[in-house]
Design a protein around this ligand. Structure first.
Ligand SMILES: [Zn+2]
Length: 197
């Protein structure tokens, strides 16, 4: 999501963190809710993890602001990211999504959501849950994670994997240490705190 900000502020050479960027916003801004309540917080629900992965995939080439503005539509269109439901999507549901102006209508991204749901179902069978699969592989460097995700999922390039793992607490760096949310997250013991690296 930082790309989003750096594009709009690219003429300014001062590097500002996402936290600082959000601090300047009205509290009604979609970024404020995301920054204060979601970004970097551990997720212990597979459907919610899947939702985050799909949203990050959908950001590719677009701004995170666009995704946050469409977030509710995404949840509605994708059956609240119920992994079992999405894994069973057929041509009919694919066509419905392609015709839904409320979300991102991109063939590859929609396909990735369906195929990744199928893959997560296999991981759930083998490891107990998507979260347990992540925990099983944690800790890894960003490069190792990217390699693993590319071998496992569709449409998971470096930026997408990095954002997904930072936003779910597997990789550090979501918030600057002087951000009040940083301390709130520490209490929830994100995976990166328990990392061996
Ligand atoms: Zn912050």
């Amino acid at each position: 999501m930082l790309r989003d900000f750096f594009i709009s502020a690219s003429t300014n050479s001062n590097i500002m963190s996402y936290c600082e960027y959000v601090w300047t916003m009205d509290k009604e801004n979609v970024h404020v809710h995301y920054h204060d309540r979601e970004y970097g917080f551990p997720i212990h629900d597979d459907n919610h993890l899947f939702a985050r992965l799909v949203l990050e995939i959908n950001q590719a080439g677009l701004s995170w602001t666009t995704i946050l503005n469409k977030k509710e539509n995404f949840f509605k269109a994708y059956d609240n990211f119920d992994i079992n439901k999405v894994a069973n999507y057929k041509q009919k549901q694919f066509d419905r999504l392609m015709n839904d102006a409320g979300i991102i209508r991109n063939r590859l991204k929609i396909n990735a959501a369906i195929e990744n749901a199928k893959k997560i179902k296999l991981l759930q069978k083998e490891f107990g849950s998507f979260e347990k699969w992540l925990d099983h592989h944690h800790p890894k460097t960003k490069e190792e994670w990217v390699k693993l995700f590319k071998e496992t999922f569709r449409f998971t390039g470096g930026e997408i994997v990095n954002e997904f793992l930072q936003s779910t607490g597997y990789l550090p760096g979501a918030h600057v240490e002087r951000c009040p949310i940083y301390k709130k997250i520490l209490v929830k013991k994100p995976a990166w705190m328990k990392g061996k690296r």
